[in-house]
Ligand binder design. Structure first.
Ligand code: SF4
Ligand code: MSK
Length: 628
């Protein structure tokens, strides 16, 4: 700890991050940055994807310099090992998103059976729209009958009896034809992940190209399958997001209120906590304990879900999760799953914070496990909020440090909300793109990673893009970073180029639109599909791109692959572990263009990444004849 560098401005661009890192050092709390430092230097074999521990004849390593072994004990070479490792990353990411989607479908089914008293159908319109997508009989059915039918049809998407996912039919026809031709049409959400695990077992698929193509199919089963189901069912249950004002950074925690943080990804838990936090009896109890209220705030993507639908303030993104506890002002943190560092329970022991885990599939050291099920969710939420209120008395004011003011922001830009802002159709956006006022659009998505200075990649790239009249849609931790930088206010149009500024000012929207959580990257796919359909072209013909400047998680690998597989050129800020196979690198960065109409690039410098993206967008504009 003592040797850890004290110039925190090298680690994070954010003021709250720097100040709380100072306090963490003072409180002797170890953070992700110190543990990351202690891991240096990283294993070169692992960094290049050249180590394999798939079977017990190994672990094996390939010598990238050609002086040591060129094959594992089974005979697998560098291409096979790298492709297998990458395939398993896609499978894990797709599984995480899709299992999240399944949890929502199960709640929908329980709502239909009347067994989930804390939940209801929040958007009957969306329920009917989705029932239409699945070709269900709608006439004369009640919402609950329709919910039962839809939940059943969606459960079928996970199984293996179909030749293609129903949700996939929302992609433009040329894309569907291409996927069919390439043999990458996703057949079942679980099937593609399961098949990836099978193919990558020793002695199954030893053709690195076919392994990579199955990675494409597996990722598509996430983007146009599990993630899209998660997004759509969340909208059905909790409402379709609309533009909503909110606030962001650690300043959203209140010195004189009971602070409760929800962290993770699944809104099934956090939505009921939201209900309980406004319970009049619990508010009265908070007053009795000397607090001025109950302040619910979010972290990471479960926070994004609440921010999008209810304007609940956002404390921070991935690398801020430990530092939120270091404020000493958190009565309770309630977690569900994904991106929850196992270190959090130990950080909390330095303060009075109660740590609660809620999912049967996600346990953590030094947290109390209180399992949520739809049948008991609301009662449990009330119990937890009550315990948080009671914990307020144990807060030590000497340990509280809330040194920043929150930044204002707008979230809630679902596809429906974007279309509504445009007057009901994508035509005004298309006209602005045709006229060159908006050169194109980019999805800036993904996590934080201590390999990149915290939030620098997201914010600098986004600024370069909007300055050059490129509309940015963002999700996940990228969206939180851009919000903290003040880019999600209509006034941020001043930072945009003249064309984008004019459009944003006319519509009263920011130049950076918050589209939601990680599973809501599927909203970007749906919007891209709608634009392609309106123009009568494939998605790959559009002046669009994706970027994941600070990604860390396997989910981000799946997202990147389904973006590219959907025809969206994507720039990563962190190199994936594939450089041990120049064949795999060549396929992903060049070869895929001929096959699927899009590729990856890797560029950690956000200024250079912006140049790559701008060049791509201008090329696509030229090919479409837009600037003739
Ligand atoms: Fe080694 Fe092959 Fe087993 Fe991998 S699968 S650990 S390369 S023997
Ligand atoms: S929470 S997946 S760190 S975006 Fe979705 Fe953030 Fe990445 Fe988790």
């Amino acid at each position: 700890m003592s040797q850890f560098k004290k110039d925190f401005s090298k680690l994070t661009t954010t003021k709250d991050g720097q100040l709380l890192l100072e306090k963490a050092a003072h409180d002797q709390v170890e953070t992700v940055w110190e543990r990351f430092e202690a891991q240096q230097p990283h294993c070169g074999f692992c960094e290049m994807g050249l180590s394999c521990r798939i079977c017990a004849m190994g672990p094996c390593r390939i010598d990238p310099f050609g002086e040591g072994p060129s094959r594992g004990a089974c005979g697998a070479d560098a291409d096979i090992i790298v492709a297998r490792n990458l395939g398993r990353m896609v499978a894990a990411g797709a599984a995480a998103h899709s299992d999240h989607g399944r949890d929502l479908v199960e709640v929908l089914a329980k709502v239909a059976q009347g067994k989930a008293p804390g939940y209801k159908i929040g958007s009957p319109e969306k329920l009917r729209t989705l029932a239409g997508v699945y070709g269900l009989e709608i006439e004369g059915k009640s919402d609950t009958e329709l919910a039962a039918d839809l939940a059943h049809a969606m459960e079928e998407e996970y199984g293996t009896r179909q030749e293609r996912l129903t949700m996939v039919n929302r992609a433009p026809d040329p894309r569907l034809e291409l996927w069919e031709k390439l043999g990458v049409m996703p057949r079942g959400v679980d099937r593609e992940t399961s098949e990836m695990m099978h193919r990558t077992h020793m002695g199954v698929d030893n053709d690195w190209v076919r392994l990579c193509l199955h990675g494409v199919r597996n990722a598509l089963s996430d983007g146009w399958g599990g993630s899209l189901i998660a997004t759509e069912v969340s909208d059905i249950l909790f409402g379709v997001p609309k533009p909503t004002k909110s606030q962001v950074n650690l300043g959203v925690l209140k010195e004189d209120q009971v602070n409760i943080i929800v962290h993770g990804h699944n809104p099934v838990v956090s939505e009921t906590i939201t209900l309980a936090a406004s319970d009049p009896d619990l508010l009265a109890l908070a007053e009795q304990k000397g607090a001025k209220g109950i302040n619910l705030v979010g972290l990471c993507c479960t926070g994004n879900e609440l921010l999008m639908r209810h304007g609940i303030p956002m404390a921070g993104n991935h690398l801020m999760s430990e530092l939120t506890l270091v404020t000493g002002a958190v009565e309770m943190m309630i977690v569900d799953y994904q991106c929850i560092m196992p270190s959090l329970g130990s950080v909390a022991t330095c303060y009075h914070t109660k740590m609660i885990s809620t999912s049967d599939k996600a346990g953590f050291p030094q947290m109390e496990h209180r399992e949520f099920h739809p049948e008991i969710a609301l009662d449990l939420a009330r119990e937890l909020v009550k315990e948080a209120v009671e914990n307020y008395e144990l807060r030590n004011p000497d340990k509280v440090y809330l040194p920043v003011e929150p930044v204002e922001m707008y979230g809630g830009f679902s596809v429906e909300a974007i279309l509504e802002a445009l007057g009901g159709t994508p035509t005004p956006l298309i006209e602005a793109i045709k006229a060159g006022k908006i050169r194109g659009a980019v999805g800036v998505v993904g996590c934080n990673n201590p390999k990149i200075k915290h939030d620098l990649g997201h914010v600098e790239l986004t600024k370069r893009l909007i300055e050059n009249d490129i509309l940015v849609l963002d999700t996940g931790c990228a969206a939180v970073a851009n919000a903290k930088a003040g880019l999600k206010l209509p006034e941020a149009a001043e930072l945009a180029g003249p064309g984008l500024k004019e459009i944003c000012q006319a519509l009263g929207i920011p130049p950076v639109l918050h589209v939601g959580s990680c599973v809501d990257n599927s909203r970007i796919l749906v919007l891209a599909g709608a634009l392609a359909d309106a123009l009568g072209v494939d998605i790959s013909a559009l002046p669009l791109a994706g970027a994941a400047p600070e990604w860390y998680s396997e989910k981000a690998v799946s997202i990147g692959v389904y973006f590219v597989a959907s025809g969206v050129y994507t720039v990563l800020g962190v190199m994936p572990p594939i450089t041990g196979s120049m064949n795999v690198v060549g396929l992903l960065t060049k070869g895929l263009d001929d096959v699927i109409g899009a590729t990856f690039d890797v560029e950690p410098d956000p200024d250079k990444a912006a140049l790559l993206i701008r060049a791509h967008i201008e090329k696509k504009r030229k090919e479409l004849g837009l600037d003739a």
